[in-house]
Ligand binder design. Sequence first.
Ligand code: KIV
Ligand code: ZN
Length: 510
Amino acid sequence: MDQAHKVRIFDTTLRDGEQAPGYSMNAEEKLLLAQQLAKLGVDTIEAGFAASSPGDFESVRDIGHTLKGPRVVSLCRTRFEDIDAASEALKGSFNWGLHTVIATSPLHMKHKLMMTPEEVLESSIRAVERMRSYTDSVEFSCEDATRSEPEFLVKLLTQVVAAGASILNIPDTVGYTTPTEMFRLIDRLKNEIKDADKVVFSVHCHNDLGMAVANSLAAVQAGARQVECTVNGIGERAGNASMEEIVMALKTRQQFFNLETGIVTEQIFPTSRLLTQLTGQPVQPNKAIVGANAFAHEAGIHQDGVLKNPLTYEIMTPESVGIKSNNIVLGKHSGRTALADRLKNLGYEFSRNELGRIFAEFKRLADAKKVVYDEDLEAIVTQGAVDGGGRFQLRSLNVQSGTHIMPTATVEMEVDGKVVREAHFGDGPVDAALNTIKAITRSTCHLTQYKVNAITGGTDAQGEVTVSIEDNGRTATGRGTDLDIIVASAKAYVNALNRLALRSQHVAGV
Ligand code: KIV
Ligand code: ZN
């Protein structure tokens, strides 16, 4: 691919996306998602913010040392301790870089950083020099660039380039700008920054006014050749520019943009599903590209048109983004090889041991259900990652309920490796199970949301439960699947408690 016409995809799902309430992931989940992002073909994965917590440090290190394709970066402030921690986590990785950020708008410099523009300039140059002492791959971001003074941006970025940065990122941090303004800003910076032709311009747009994708595409039209974005558009507040929308806009309107990405578009839907499964956060049905209705045709006149010629109402095919029409896969007579083959088609590969666990779960499900669908398999795969490694593990659950009995649950759990068993009442069987888990874990959280979905059709469908909890201003969402919805509810609740415990270890990010 001709480099001048290539738009690099910088995925920040694991950093900006994971930072948003309800999207925290544990180290295993992050690695699973990073491996899928590599399969998707993203150019860069921002794996986290190494200096923010020991958990983030380890996760950035593991992702950097495991992946062989994409460049893995960590975010850092311009402080030397952040830069040193990020490089400590990543050194020895296959392909890595550093990304630093400092605010440049008058508002942020004065009220947040309490620094003068000269101090910001000085700190930026020192940071870039420090990063260059570790790696040649140095990205510099001006936080709140779209509300910064363009003259100041030109002055600062010229010096940042002279200090050795190779990527200049222009964030619309608060989702304030418009496509025309974004085009003009990138165009001006490209014209006025000295040696602009020696660096790559990047954009990072938030979606507060619903213009993140439009603003990113305007930047690309003005010459930006890297877009920072996230799967399903997740991220701070209203989220970031959605990866799938940027990629499919560039692909579907290739003749208009005359640009390409390196994304394997058939991996878009599996990646979106994996994120949904890992975080328990569903995608809105009318979400472009990956929403449940994105390729559904309800009106008779549309159905008639699509049957005669799909191009009448479809500007891209569901297959091109990895949505398969035939979901029926396996049943109780299927063997390990058929399972491994189907999992491979879904984009998963496992060691013998891991496959053993998945096969056992699959058999248990196939004995109870006539047909095991792709969605069921994905649930088994991700539940394994979701369950692993938390402070709390559910060992067993028994619930009694009915017309003439007070619902009672008996639960056995491991809490920090110690086995605890208790029984409590509730208003219903789910309430009894959750009350008992809450008592065992000594949690003071409140349940703020409880949702049950059937993963597939039929009365034998697995129940997928999503719960959200809140404790002292901190929130977490958990997900559990099982044929029994009370067991699924207990799994989801334990998962949310584990995520909340994990979140408590994090210190405030950028
Ligand atoms: O929104 C923002 O400005 C950021 C930077 C760290 C790039 O997330
Ligand atoms: Zn951001």
